[in-house]
Design a protein around this ligand. Structure first.
Ligand SMILES: [Zn+2]
Length: 239
């Protein structure tokens, strides 16, 4: 049993830029919540159509492949629904049009918790540059959560269509440099790795990736006494 006393939400919306982002960032926590009865939806902003180092790759075929991989990864965890906004990979902007679409999803699904990329991070642990799509998706999702989805005069057409304004209680932001919530994923690390493995188009040597991910999860867990962990910047909005 996990020992971090994390409460179980009823509904969670996870918004990510690309297929495989959720598996790297949050799938251990998602699997835990699903096991405990939460209903989780994934919203993918792109289908990852630039995710190849082969210039001869057909982007449309790759997008279909990666959509299928993401659906398989979600099924591995027991996620209820996966939607794609089908923006072009590598070109995501934190636009008002995008904010409208994510606000719609929040009002339609009414999640207490929204998980996404930490939009403030340009350099992840001084190890790599955070992808600009990650920053854009994180920013537009945070803006959709507050204040856009909450206030009825924002995108009033949603209300006219029968949706209600919705107040999200908490944000969980992954790939953060400022984790203030370490989640015990000892019981779900293997499921997280199995979900990541579904993204077969992205790995030549999955064993190496799995080893790296296992080591990182264990190192983070060691600091808090768990066998394995995920770290988030957790922002509580309801108080
Ligand atoms: Zn990504």
């Amino acid at each position: 049993m996990a020992n971090d006393k994390l409460p179980t939400p009823e509904r969670v919306l996870v918004v990510a830029a690309h297929p495989d982002d959720i598996e790297f960032g949050a799938a251990g926590t998602v699997a835990r919540w699903v096991n405990e009865g939460a209903r989780v939806h994934y919203l993918l902003v792109t289908r990852g159509d630039k995710g190849s180092d082969d210039p001869m790759t057909d982007a449309a075929v790759l997008a279909r492949t990666r959509e299928g991989e993401q659906r398989a990864a979600a099924a591995e965890i027991g996620v209820e629904g996966v939607d794609f906004l089908d923006e072009p990979d590598g070109q995501v902007e934190a636009s008002l049009a995008m904010r409208e679409r994510i606000t719609y999803a929040i009002r339609a699904l009414q999640p207490e918790i929204v998980m996404t990329h930490d939009p403030t991070v340009v350099f992840v642990n001084n190890e790599w540059v955070n992808h600009p799509d990650h920053r854009a998706v994180g920013q537009v999702t945070v803006d959709a959560v507050f204040p856009t989805a909450r206030d009825p005069l924002n995108f009033r057409q949603h209300i006219d269509q029968g949706l209600a304004p919705w107040k999200v209680a908490e944000l969980y932001l992954w790939s953060t440099n400022e984790a203030n919530q370490i989640v015990d994923i000892s019981d779900t690390l293997e499921r997280k790795i199995a979900a990541l493995e579904q993204h077969a188009s992205q790995f030549r040597q999955f064993d190496e990736t799995a080893r790296w991910l296992r080591r990182r999860s264990e190192e983070l867990g060691e600091r808090t006494g768990y066998q394995a962990a995920e770290g988030f910047r957790r922002v509580m909005l309801a108080r």
